[in-house]
Design a binder for this molecule. Sequence first.
Ligand SMILES: C[S@@+](CC[C@H](N)C(=O)[O-])C[C@H]1O[C@@H](n2cnc3c(N)ncnc32)[C@H](O)[C@@H]1O
Length: 246
Amino acid sequence: MSSPTTQPETPEILVNASSPVFSALRDIITDDPHSWDTAWTQNITPWESGDIQPPLREVTQSGEVAFPTRGRAFVPGCGSGHDARYIASALGLDTLAIDISPTAVRNATKNIPDGVNARIEVQDFFSFSVPETEKFDLIYDYTSVDPLLQPKTGVDIKARFFVAIPPSRRGEWGAQMNSLIKRGGYLITLVYPIVPETDVGPPWFVRPEHYYGPLGDGWEKVVDRVPTESQPTHVGRERLVVWRKL
Ligand SMILES: C[S@@+](CC[C@H](N)C(=O)[O-])C[C@H]1O[C@@H](n2cnc3c(N)ncnc32)[C@H](O)[C@@H]1O
């Protein structure tokens, strides 16, 4: 007789880096971020949860951070736009979400109901800029796909935002965050996957401290904890970290 399980079972295909879907994805994603659109057009999107990330809901509802309820929010690499929709609705922020994939942007646009103050645009995060007067009060960074991060060659990372982008671009990621956020603004990062460090084999790992260098000085960490609720594939493998720009 099998023992009772306390957590929903995770489909093997979503956690196993050698599963066909990740293999297909690694065949598609190159160093050119525009290659993401091919994954979207071919419907090879294993990161899709179809819903809001539970830790985002948790941190906004808990009241542990006095997030702004007026101003502007930014969601880079928004995919299907569920988290952007949630930020606009729950916090009432004027939300801009971007994705480099026109297909993702078309999907996300359909997921924003009338009356929700969120816009979705095709943009490359690394060349995106705003004037001083349009800097953001809140930025949400979560674009992870863990097994994808172990490329076949073992020499480069092909995907994601902080953990999606090639490590060589992490400095640019930090510079962009610093240039896009307002003083006093909040950056919500879901740090994932927190898995044992390995020299070989998937998945690549990340730690909250990996963000220190790219972000640089001038940030206060206001939350750093394991979320109470994670989507099934992420249970025990992610950490919620919220930073405030000083
Ligand atoms: C792994 S998906 C995650 C999507 C979404 N955040 C989610 O959690 O479901 C990464 C997303 O980042 C987008 N992306 C990759 N590089 C980008 C870039 N340079 N600028 C904007 N979006 C990018 C991809 O098109 C893709 O939709």
